[in-house]
Each structure stands twice: as C-alpha cells, then as structure tokens.
Design a protein around this ligand. Structure first.
Ligand code: CA
Ligand code: CA
Ligand code: CA
Length: 394
C-alpha cells in the first residue's frame, strides 16, 4: 500500500520527530493507555484516495489492557478529513531496524476492511519507501497477506491460509526482518519466508504501525466494497513488541543428519532399511551397507533439509560409484545417473544463511566398488563433508 501510505507519512513527517537513526531498543507495549513515550495516535489527516477513513486519535480506545481501533462515521465527512469514515492508527515515534515485530491482534470482519501490522518508511522522513506488511482483509479473515516494499517497489504479496478465523479470537502475528530474509509467523509458527529472490529486501528502518481502515476508490478491487454496518467496527490489539536483531537468538544449528532409505535393487525397490545417517560419507568398497542387503545392485535415497551458515553461492560435490542425482531446494544440480568409478561432480546454488532447504540425494551401486559422499563449499566455507549439525531428517 505504498502509494496510499505516502500521503499519510507526509503528514506524519510533520507531526512526528524525524528520527535520523533507528531505535534498536526492545519494547513490549501492553496497550493499557496511550504511551506518548513510544507511540503517537494518528490524528487529523487522511491518506490517499484508496483510503475510506480519516485518522482520529479519538478512534483509539483503551479498555482492560486492550487497544481497539474503532471505525465509525461520527462527524464525517467534515470532521474526518473529508472521508466518509474515521478510524484509528497507532505508530511508534521512532523508526526500528532489523529485528522482530509482533502483536497480539483480533481483526475486523467485513468486506472492504483491512486490519494491518506493518513497518513503514518513506521519502518524507528522508529514506527510500520501504515497508513490511501483515494485512488481513475483512472480506476473508481466515487469510493473511504478507508483502514488502523496497525503494517503492512492491508486488511481493503472498496469501497465507490461517486455518482459523482471525476475527473471532486473539492470535500472535510477527515478522522477523534481517538483511537476508523476512520471515512471517502466526502463533509462533513460521508461515512464510522471503529471501530477496523476488526483489531486493527493504533496508531502511521504519515506524512500527497498526491500523484499521476501509478501502475506497481503486483499492476496492483488492479490499472489496465497504458498506458501513450502521454501528462502529473494531479491531483489537493486546500488545505490540519489538526485539532488535542483536537480542534475537541465532538459528539453532542442531541437525541430526538425513533420512536414509536403503533399497536392495538399483531402482529404489525392495526397501530394506530406513534410518538417519549423520552425514553422507560412505566407502563400502566391495561390501554392502548392511547385512540384510547384497553387495551389488542396491540404491539409497537421502532426504531432509540442509541449513547453510552463509548467504552465498554454495557448491555441492558428490563423489560416487556409481550413479548419483542431487536436488537442493528442489533444483536438480547434479545428474550423473550412470555407472562410473568413484567420480566427483559439482553443482552450485545460491542459499540464504539460517534457512532450511529441501535436499535429496539419490545413489545406486551396480557392481564392484560402492562409494557415496556429499560435500560442500562456498566463499566463506572451505570444502568439507556436509556436517551433521546442518542436516535435518524428514
Ligand atoms: Ca494488553
Ligand atoms: Ca558393489
Ligand atoms: Ca560400483
């Protein structure tokens, strides 16, 4: 909603202190009352034509530890910045950089409505137009829309099926923002990741904001048309938190290996064993992997996840006697499904630090020697057998 918010921020820029740098200090705002040390209520302006509401501080309500944004038509349009409705918006005074933004919210139901938690930075405050969004449309409160804008470029929307109706109960919504990824969470579960493959990730610190609004004009294509139900509509917020990246725990490097299925034939038939292999680093010589299998004409499929340490191009290497195929992130990067003496092959793929990627390695031995090894390297990582703690079984 970049273009739409620009107007808002132009006005915000007049109202809020212009923060030259990000506040990298954690907060946990309980929303018991207006907290003028950290937040401001938007008051006395409207956004662009896509917004059916003007912002009024009086449309924020605080009751029993819960903040509500109330959309109504009291005094509108004259007292609502010319809009047909008024609603509430709450924004941090400072901008915040990399870290985790989260809120416990209950959304507003009804066609045309949008309940949002987002960060925003724009030209009026001296930066590029960067934004990270959680938006739940009132026309279907069982879905969440993720999005990001970088230097004014959006079109990175993804719709997540929540599996519940977000308007019926409070749930926790969060996103974690780093130089190499944005991860969205619902009730602590990762639901979506962007790693920049769809377009450069935002880098400018932003205000942390929540609001409730109705779509108008061109935005109705997205929001659906809003019809005022004759009584105020509310979205609810129990708390809003920020944790700077420096306070977030690093990703756990606690892999245990890959799931391995051993087959007595070369074509993945006659399954003999399923186990977790710590690494793929086998030289069976003229022998067999296990006593229940013959020494020749067998196959093995390793599957699971691999988690790189660096955001870099990784080279994966197989050494195999005989055939081998390797997929990383569902891309076939090594494909040598032929009889061969122990031979090394390599394939490359760009990976993001701390993300888990699907990996699948298929292998067969026809006759004589049997070797299967999986290694990797990158600019920061000298070649090694892919270690156990970065491999995760299915
Ligand atoms: Ca609260
Ligand atoms: Ca053999
Ligand atoms: Ca062989």
């Amino acid at each position: 909603m970049k273009a739409l918010l620009a107007t808002c921020i132009l006005l915000l820029g007049l109202t809020l202190p212009n923060q030259a740098s990000a506040a990298d200090v954690a907060f946990n705002e309980p929303l018991n009352a207006v907290n003028g040390n950290l937040f401001a209520a938007s008051d006395g302006w409207g956004n662009g034509a896509d917004f059916g509401v003007g912002w009024k501080a009086a449309n924020l309500e605080f009751n029993n530890g819960i903040m509500a944004t109330r959309l109504d038509n009291a005094g509108c349009p004259a007292g609502c910045s010319g809009k047909n409705y008024a609603s509430g918006e709450y924004s941090t005074l400072a901008k915040y950089g990399y870290g985790r933004v989260e809120a416990r919210m209950k959304t507003a139901k009804g066609a045309g409505l949008v309940t949002a938690l987002f960060t925003y930075s724009g030209p009026a405050t001296g930066t590029s137009n960067d934004e990270i969004d959680i938006e739940i449309l009132g026309k279907d409160t069982t879905k969440l829309e993720t999005n990001y804008f970088t230097n004014g470029v959006g079109q990175h929307s993804t719709i997540i099926d929540l599996g519940f109706d977000s308007s019926l109960a409070f749930h926790d919504y969060a996103f974690e923002w780093s130089p190499s990824f944005i991860k969205w969470y619902v009730d602590g579960i990762l639901v979506h990741t962007e790693n920049g493959s769809r377009g450069t990730l935002p880098s400018s610190p932003g205000y942390i904001m929540v609001n409730l609004w109705s779509g108008a004009g061109p935005a109705e294509v997205w929001t659906g048309p809003f019809v005022y139900p004759g009584a105020p509509v509310r979205a609810y917020y129990d708390w809003i938190k920020f944790t700077p990246a420096s306070d977030l725990p690093p990703p756990q490097v606690d892999g245990t290996g890959l799931t391995a299925k051993y087959y007595d034939n070369m074509d993945f038939t006659s399954l003999k064993a399923t186990r977790t292999d710590a690494t793929v680093n086998f030289d069976w010589g003229y022998g067999s992997p296990m006593t229940s299998m013959g020494a020749d004409t067998f196959s093995v499929r390793w599957t699971g996840k691999v988690m790189p340490q660096y955001t870099e191009t990784y080279t994966f290497y197989t050494s195999s006697d005989d055939g081998v195929r390797l997929w990383v992130n569902n891309q076939l990067i090594i494909n040598k499904w032929v009889d061969q003496a122990a031979t090394e092959w390599a394939g490359t793929i760009q990976l993001t630090a701390g993300q888990k990627y699907d990996i699948k390695l298929e292998y067969y031995d026809n006759t004589e020697d049997a070797v299967a090894k999986l290694s990797w390297s990158s600019a920061s990582r000298s070649k090694q057998i892919v270690p156990q703690n970065r491999l995760y079984p299915n």
